[in-house]
Design a protein around this ligand. Structure first.
Ligand SMILES: Cc1cc2nc3c(=O)[nH]c(=O)nc-3n(C[C@H](O)[C@H](O)[C@H](O)COP(=O)(O)OP(=O)(O)OC[C@H]3O[C@@H](n4cnc5c(N)ncnc54)[C@H](O)[C@@H]3O)c2cc1C
Length: 465
């Protein structure tokens, strides 16, 4: 199937869609793994030891907490490895939320593991907690490494608490966050050498080796191997840099066989521009025009050091890419009417979708919100979409009002939902795509819900994780 995007003919790719039962399989596998861990602990006399006396009981409970914590950490590694079938089924937003939940849960279990184990061992040896801690770290094999792992994981979790994270530059936080991998690797030896389950049971050994290797393989294949292979294969370079509006720049990218990239309108990649210092930081930008022939386009708003650098890129600059990611694609469109709500640079994936979807004239409505008229990008392209494809475009320009709303201040006389119904009368039966800053997306989502659009027909992408 083809579509015409910004005057260029584009092949509309059909991406492999994970079947709906896939969600149950992934969720079921995670729950099952926690059950298996508990069963292995039970088989290794976990319950009997729990009831055998206070000290043995504490040690046994500490062991269970440690095993569940390790299991949850490995689940997180797989979740964050960007395995295409998981990423495409759930989307980065949801995965990032689960990652946060599982991360904090596994950390609390880790604290319980350390605390209960020390108390249990101290009780058995009838010595003080500090002396027992020293004994454990200094004499048991792998425990020094485990202590280092604990320190690293504490660092990762403390810097992920919202208040601390807000104070850190994104890049510094992300770099610290990667220490979690090292933490998990350093914790393995103490499980191998002193872990009662590992030593006692062949089934436990088989289980733990399988999950560790699965986690390692998913990182090596999907986070490192696939992006490296795609970057080498497609040899993407900057073709042209085009200013769209003050502080907003489009970058056309040229590469080999781009039509073979499994990317669709609405998706994003993590980009590294090899133009000097800063190349090591990957940034997510959505496609504002999906691959067509040997070209594709992104559009970037200058919001910080690296996004500002994009305007200074030179043609010929080499680019590494990781992706495509995201599920804001046309696969969710059921046919018929579609309403797109964009705020600021959130227009990028929606513009690509407007070119791609095969709606009929007047079936598509774009509500495009910006603070000032200068901030409206793609004016000429939107005029063409209106003329050639019959898209109904409404620009909603002006500063925010006092109440949290998706409308500008001048429209505050209308309720959010009333405005939505007037601008897109058929919205209740439409598929709705939204993209913009978090607070704005929330207000717009609330209005679409109130206008009668079921959750399943609303699709959005957050521009922050
Ligand atoms: C899925 C997705 C799609 C996006 N698509 C676009 C797009 O099409 N056009 C566009 O202009 N912007 C897009 N963004 C936002 C863009 O990634 C950030 O504005 C950009 O990374 C800022 O980097 P900086 O170093 O210039 O700014 P900084 O000052 O370092 O960061 C500003 C804010 O951007 C976010 N950010 C920074 N680096 C990253 C990163 N590597 N990963 C995730 N978030 C980061 C952080 O929340 C940070 O607080 C998208 C973001 C996401 C998550």
């Amino acid at each position: 199937m083809t579509a015409v995007v910004a005057g260029r003919r584009v092949t509309r790719r059909t991406l492999p869609v994970a079947p709906t039962w896939w969600a149950d399989v992934v969720g079921g596998a995670a729950v099952l793994s926690l059950l298996v861990v508990t069963a292995l602990w039970t088989a290794d006399r976990g319950v009997q030891e729990l009831l055998a006396g206070p000290a043995t009981g504490l040690t046994s409970l500490g062991r269970l907490a440690g095993l569940l914590s390790a299991d949850l950490m490995l689940i997180q590694v797989v979740l964050m490895a960007r395995v295409p079938l998981i990423e495409r089924r759930f989307g980065q937003d949801r995965i990032a939320r689960w990652h946060r939940l599982a991360g904090f849960t596994s950390f609390h279990l880790l604290l319980a593991h350390v605390g209960l184990t020390i108390l249990g061992y101290a009780g058995t040896a009838r010595q003080g907690v500090l002396a027992e801690t020293w004994d454990l770290v200094a004499t048991y094999p792998g425990m020094l490494l485990a202590a280092a792992a604990f320190g690293l994981l504490v660092l990762v979790v403390v810097t992920s608490i919202r208040a601390a994270r807000r104070r850190l530059r994104y890049e510094s936080w992300h770099l610290l966050h990667l220490y979690a991998y090292l933490g998990i690797a350093l914790a393995l030896p103490h499980q191998l050498w002193t872990g009662a389950d590992f030593l006692a049971s062949a089934a436990a050994r088989a289980y733990w080796w399988t999950v560790y290797l699965l986690a390692l393989a998913s990182v090596l294949v999907f986070r490192l191997g696939l992006p490296a292979w795609r970057s080498l294969r497609h040899r993407v370079q900057v073709a042209a840099v085009v200013p769209e509006a003050p502080g907003i720049t489009s970058v056309w990218l040229r590469g080999r066989d781009l039509h073979r990239l499994p990317a669709r309108a609405g998706q994003f990649f993590l980009w590294r521009f090899l133009d000097g210092p800063g190349w090591s930081r990957a940034h997510p930008y959505s496609l504002s025009a999906p691959p067509s022939g040997d070209l594709m386009r992104i559009t970037v708003k200058d919001l910080g050091d690296d996004s500002a650098r994009v305007a200074t890129l030179r043609p010929g600059t080499k680019v590494l890419l990781e992706g495509p990611y995201g599920r804001l694609t046309g696969e969710h469109w059921r046919g018929g009417g579609v309403t797109m709500l964009a705020c600021g640079v959130g227009i990028t994936p929606l513009l690509a979708l407007l070119w791609e979807l095969p709606y009929r004239p007047a079936e598509a409505v774009l509500l495009y919100r910006a603070r000032t008229a200068e901030e409206l990008a793609f004016r000429a392209e939107l005029d063409r979409l209106a003329a050639e494809r019959g898209v109904v475009v409404h620009h909603l320009v002006g500063p925010r009002g006092r109440r949290p709303a998706w409308l500008p201040a001048y429209a505050e006389g209308l309720s959010d939902v009333e405005a939505l119904r007037r601008l897109s009368p058929g919205i209740a039966g439409h598929d709705v795509f939204l993209c913009g800053p978090d607070g704005w997306v929330e207000a717009a989502q609330a209005a679409t819900r109130a206008a009668g659009v079921p959750e399943a027909h609303t699709h959005h992408e957050r521009f922050a994780w």
